[in-house]
Design a binder for this molecule. Sequence first.
Ligand code: ADP
Length: 271
Amino acid sequence: RRDRTLQVQVIRFAGSRRMVVSRDISQLERLENMRRDFVANVSHEMRTPLTVVGGFLETLTDGLDDFSREDVLHFLKLASEQSTRMQRLIEDLLALSALETGAPAALEEEVDVQELMRAVTRETEILSGGRHSVNLVLEGGGALLGSRKELHSAFSNLASNAVRYTPAGGHIELGWRIDGEGGEYWVKDDGIGVDPEHIPRLTERFYRVDRGRSRETGGTGLGLAIVKHILTRHQGELAVSSEPGKGSRFAMRFPAARLRRDSARPPRRST
Ligand code: ADP
């Protein structure tokens, strides 16, 4: 049972008549706490790289002549990595805020799934840089109705996580299938896996099983939060199964209403 916070207000009328109004503000309080945590997290995430960049600049300004050209280049490279990290964080934050405030994605674009899967597979191979075997399984085709940009981003997110949480030499499978209920996109890896107790929280903003590992591999902790919002906007659902040390399977399921099967493609409307 949750504790409740009640806000009580007494309204007095002329004479001795009074009215007591009480309002349950537990939900408001919870939202306010979440907002506060979020701001604290963002500030912390930004401060770390800024401290590193600031420190390098100060060291170089204080004694440029004490360092060899190689040292200076090394500093600059590290500073540039931190600035890329901040940029990625800001891009993810902006994407998240646009998704949170936007209306549900209109059924506006017909996104050819096989085409999208091929593009995501190519990107995954590039990201992996030959360290993993990446294969594509297509058990059906058709199109998804929605935002091409958002769907691409959600598909890529799961694939890039597989690369980042699978050690070199591992296998990554990207797949798409259609059944009676709708369509499913899945990404399977034989990487580090996730303990089932963490699974329900993975889509929370900044929730990471291993902060160090996520940072090292370029994670912002916002990827799955973005995926979840995109899925909600497309009436889709995320399904995760995983075993630590064995690997994971992240899947997105889309309802039939979001699918346009090849054979059922209606003629183009003319205006
Ligand atoms: P991050 O930028 O940290 O990867 P995400 O929101 O994309 O943030 O993922 C949240 C957390 O979920 C990750 O930090 C990681 O602990 C876990 N995770 C996501 N995908 C995988 C995967 N394929 N294998 C193992 N752990 C994963």
